[in-house]
Design a protein around this ligand. Sequence first.
Ligand SMILES: N=CN[C@@H](CCC(=O)O)C(=O)O
Ligand SMILES: [Zn+2]
Length: 419
Amino acid sequence: MTQIRRIIDNIGLLWTMDDANHTDGPRCGREAMRTVGAIENAAIAIDAAGLIADVGPRKSILDMADADTEIIDAKGGFVSPGLVDPHTHLVHGGSREKELPLRIAGASYLDILRQGGGILRTVRDTAAQSEAALLNQAKVSLERMSRFGVTTVEAKTGYGLTLEGEMKQLLVAKQLAEAQPLSLVHTAMPAHAVPKDLPTSREAFIEQIVDMLPALHDAGAEFADVFVEDGVFSVEEGRHILMKAKSLGMKTKIHADEIAPIGGAELAAELGATSADHLLAASNEGLVKMAEAGVIAVCLPGTSFYLQKTPARARFMLDEANLAVAVASDYNPGSCPSENFGLTMSLALLTLHMTPEEIWNAATRNAAYAIARGDVAGVIRKGRPADVVVYAAPNPEYVLTHFGISHVGMLFVKGRRIL
Ligand SMILES: N=CN[C@@H](CCC(=O)O)C(=O)O
Ligand SMILES: [Zn+2]
């Protein structure tokens, strides 16, 4: 019989994000995204390997305990799977607080980028930092994320723009994956911005990006991402770069239609991307095509809030397009300088008008599928790694509405308690 290392007992309300048939796959549309696998008065048994040995009503789980089993009291609180943040620019140097007054005075995000600020400012700040300094800064960020219940994080490059710079960011992220408890997923994004005063032709620059992909993939980048945006990378350039990524066996993502509706959503559908992210300006047709192609829509409500833009149309995505929606922090120094994933989820309620059920699906199960981790994260199910958040709060509505603070009472990553 499996030796039970610990039991999280006395859970008032557990949302497993599973269902009776243990179906796999992201949840699409409003009806499916309101399924949460609720169990009242529940407990979770964790084995010596950190896997979930069983989950269910308290009595049946407590029967599995022996004299060595640690019983942990969840104090009647709400419990969910570890949260998954599927879009961050985790590793970077410096900060960009000076941009906010410029934007409030009327400069746009893209104006600042065109003048050599914005992402290009962070490219310079990242180049100026040692790997050790970048690692320390990002490690602090991961610790902050964990305080809000995050257990899996996607981390993009994109502040190098040269092979050397991109590789430096990627290698720091790889080291971080070993140096702290959260699980990381790596994305290469050399197509994040176009340097000012390019010494080569634009075509040659695009080919340089394409030529970086094999080395980044070999070094551990599982995904490739492109900022397809008016004045950044065109749909044609994005297609060219991401087709190359696909030919290498990389999965793809797109920063799509964040500011202008140039067809990023349509491109994501055409390429069969794993996700398209931002989507503030995406067309109805593009969103419907994404749903038909199985592309996950990653909404970034912290970014629309911080950039003071009309948020993505999550209600259309859920009610009309039948999309699988995920949410992410987009943590980065320019358009969302906050590691508070709880705030991301509260903004999903307050600005995207998603329901609590939809939000937890978007922040766990669908977020895991948005980074190809649906088989190991996002659901509390027998046999899965025990990534579990115990909230010091009675219900999910309380967590979302008492906003801006952490409600995490305990956090388990692969069965080990880290908070
Ligand atoms: N929009 C493009 N990239 C990032 C912002 C990066 C930055 O401003 O440093 C984003 O997803 O919001
Ligand atoms: Zn981003």
